[in-house]
Design a binder for this molecule. Structure first.
Ligand code: LRH
Ligand code: MN
Length: 393
């Protein structure tokens, strides 16, 4: 095992945490408030800063425009705040799903006012990206319909194509546009960007800086996500990931909590693309997109990051020479066993060594629990909270 290769690949493995993962979130059936959960952008950046300090792997924070850039706030000040906590502003997520005007869609809507509002949001997001030195705009559209005949599918498609093209052309050369797909929810008949193929075509037509974002929770049951990943990399169209886990739909559970082998298989395809097919995988954006409804927010985030590091390390450890031979001999069992051997390798001691050699705590979760941070933020934030939490309030 080439430990130095493993460690240098771990050095490059950065995973962006979402500001909304530190805040109180719920489902349509309610929200359980945590006294320590972040509410302000400063509290979110402070929490993200500690996760980065403990893991050494999370230098950027994804932000959501409506949730993190209150009217009148100066994005440059928020970028300075981030620096105060040792992180940077990462991908900028415009919000095309919360305003009433988006009832029939944002850029797909037959209502020109809704389309105009969506464009205003994107132009503001481009400004925020410039003022915070962010290199990515991340687009998720809840756009869709609930009933057959409700709207014309192709008209919606062409409206969104035109919008994405105009935004690509309105954005600077250093900005990547990430196009995220999702098969359903909140739309329950057709969603306008429902799968990877649609996202691929929208991105291709928008321009060369537009890429596809794979949210692992946005696939119908039985879908082979790593096959999609392998294809997108081979087409130079994979922009990045929103990692989370699920048992049923877009459950937004913590990474690797339900099917860690699935994440391992995704990382395996990424390493294979780099090592066998000469693909540049260095620009893939790894991000977490989760909603920690029950788990303590900070522990859930640290657990997700260290799990991602472990699964990535296991994928690096696949004996690819042995795999190549087994595949060339069509020896299915040996081929599969090379993956399972790597997956069942206990990499925790190696990761502890990688961390301690870099002045990081060998066990970030234990270090967090011993830090007293939870007590500190509970005392500071708890009293400010309305503990009722019902989303119908
Ligand atoms: C939609 C989604 C999208 C985010 C939101 C918080 O399900 O995955 O990426 O904007 O969650
Ligand atoms: Mn997502």
């Amino acid at each position: 095992m080439d430990v130095s290769k493993l460690f240098s690949l771990l050095d490059d493995f950065k995973i962006e945490t979402p500001s909304w993962g530190y805040a109180d979130t719920g489902t349509r059936f309610g929200k359980f408030i945590q006294p320590a959960a972040a509410a302000t952008i400063e509290e979110k950046l402070a929490d993200a800063g500690l996760v980065n300090k403990l893991t050494g792997a999370c230098p950027t924070v994804a932000v959501h425009v409506l949730w993190d850039f209150k009217p009148g706030s100066n994005p440059a000040d928020i970028a300075k705040l981030a620096e105060k906590y040792g992180v940077k502003i990462g991908s900028i997520n415009p919000n095309f799903f919360e305003e009433q005007i988006y009832k029939f869609g944002a850029s797909t809507s037959s209502d020109p006012l809704a389309r105009e509002e969506a464009t205003n949001q994107v132009l503001r997001s481009i400004e925020i990206a410039q003022q915070t030195n962010s290199k990515a705009l991340s687009f998720w559209f809840s756009d869709g319909t609930n009933y057959p005949g409700q709207d014309d599918i192709v008209s919606r498609k062409r409206r969104l194509e035109a919008a994405l093209k105009s935004w690509h052309d309105a954005s600077s050369d250093d900005l990547t546009l990430l196009v995220e797909y999702k098969p359903f929810e909140p739309a329950f008949y057709e969603t306008d960007i429902a799968d990877w193929g649609m996202a691929y075509l929208y991105a291709k037509k928008a321009g060369p800086r537009a890429k596809v974002l794979v949210d692992t929770g946005h696939h119908l049951q039985g879908c082979n996500i790593e096959q999609i990943v392998a294809w997108l990399i081979d087409e130079d169209m994979l922009g990045g990931f929103h990692f989370n886990d699920r048992k049923f739909a877009d459950d937004d559970l913590t990474l690797g909590s339900i099917d860690p082998y699935a994440v391992f298989r995704i990382f395996h395809e990424i390493r294979t693309a780099a090592e066998w097919h000469g693909k540049d995988v260095s620009k893939i954006a790894y991000m977490i997109d989760q909603s920690h409804n029950l788990k303590p927010k900070m522990e859930a985030m640290i657990q997700s990051v260290t799990t991602a590091q472990e699964l990535y390390a296991k994928a690096i450890l696949v004996d690819r020479d042995k795999l190549r031979i087994a595949q060339s001999e069509r020896n299915i069992v040996d081929a599969e066993e090379t993956l399972k051997t790597a997956f069942s390798t206990d990499v925790k001691p190696l990761l502890a060594q990688w961390r301690t050699e870099r002045g990081l705590p060998a066990d970030p979760l234990a270090a967090y629990r011993a830090s007293g941070y939870l007590e500190e933020i509970t005392a500071a934030r708890g009293p400010k909270k309305n503990m009722s939490g019902s989303s119908y309030a």
